[in-house]
Ligand binder design. Structure first.
Ligand SMILES: [Zn+2]
Length: 310
């Protein structure tokens, strides 16, 4: 049972948009690609857990805070007596371990994923202790390598890892356990308590600086992410993939992106007109905004805010 699904973080949403609309530096691009890969890996694992139809509670993607430190937990599986804690890595290629340090085959050192797992494990243990559950439930932490193209040389036997070649067997074991697992109210409450601690605010991140004038404006295709320049009979049509969308829904999607990228900027007809570029009249923009947003009329500067009910 899925208690909290994985969601695309605000940071990743912003970087997706900026990656299309401006030139990212090579380190920014690398950071963005890593986030995208991490998300893909977590999505894949969540899908595997859901397909397995376990009786247990699945909590994906928790951002927690304790003593001013933040903790990113990729996936938790709450079963009877055991919480499985997963740190999911979507690494592809060859890696090796030497004296507790992790390297890619090219020789560059990477952040030791085991350290992160240990950190999350100790946080989880402390939380269970706070909830007075530390004697009832044990924590089993795992590094989970989801990408079938991953190989780790010189991995110590005791490393709490699940490699791609072991994943099916691990899931089979969970399935067998889950059949006899009886999750009472205590477990449900624990799952809910953990989710209630999830921080919604975006993490301080490595998003490049930009202003309204900076990213390339225009409408992005809702299917293939190309820039769109054609509108025929009230339909916005992508010249690359042929995707068709109504003008109204395209404008709304563009406003959503505008709000994501410029949270401090007011939504005005002029700004959205400039942001969309290809919509020919301001009247159309104003009509769509009036229909979907709350209009704040001011003598010189009117603007729109999201409706409470939306
Ligand atoms: Zn397209």
């Amino acid at each position: 049972m899925l208690i909290k699904p994985l969601q695309v973080s605000t940071e990743l949403k912003i970087l997706r948009s900026l990656n299309i609309r401006m030139q990212l530096s090579s380190s920014e691009k690398q950071y963005y690609t890593n986030l995208e890969k991490g998300y893909e890996g977590e999505k894949k694992f969540e899908a595997i857990l859901l397909e397995s139809k376990l009786n247990d509670f699945i909590v994906s993607d928790l951002l927690l805070e304790k003593n001013n430190s933040s903790y990113q937990i990729d996936s938790l599986l709450i079963s009877q007596k055991t919480i499985y804690l997963f740190e999911i890595k979507n690494f592809a290629g060859d890696y090796y371990i030497e004296m507790d340090a992790w390297y890619s085959k090219s020789g560059s050192e990477i952040k030791n994923p085991f350290d992160q797992l240990k950190r999350n494990e100790s946080l989880l243990r402390r939380l269970l202790h706070d909830f007075s559950l530390s004697s009832t439930i044990t924590v089993e932490p795992y590094l989970l390598f989801i990408n079938p193209e991953f190989t780790l040389y010189q991995a110590p036997l005791h490393l709490p890892a699940i490699f791609p070649t072991q994943l099916n067997r691990f899931i089979d074991k969970l399935k067998i356990q889950s059949k006899s697992s009886k999750l009472n109210r205590t477990y449900q409450k624990l799952a809910e308590q953990l989710v209630s601690l999830h921080l919604v605010k975006p993490r301080i991140s490595r998003i490049p600086e930009y202003k309204f004038d900076h990213p390339k404006k225009g409408i992005i295709c809702g299917s293939c992410c190309s820039s769109i320049s054609v509108i025929i009979e009230n339909k916005v049509i992508c010249h690359v993939c042929g995707y068709r969308e109504s003008v109204d829904s395209t404008i709304l999607r563009s406003v959503e992106e505008f709000v994501l990228l410029f949270p401090d900027r007011k939504i005005t007809t002029n700004d959205i007109f400039e942001w969309c570029q290809v919509i020919e009249s301001k009247k159309t923009i104003r009509r769509v905004l009036k229909k979907n947003f709350h209009y704040i009329k001011q003598a010189r500067f009117s603007y729109f805010i999201p409706r409470n009910d939306s």
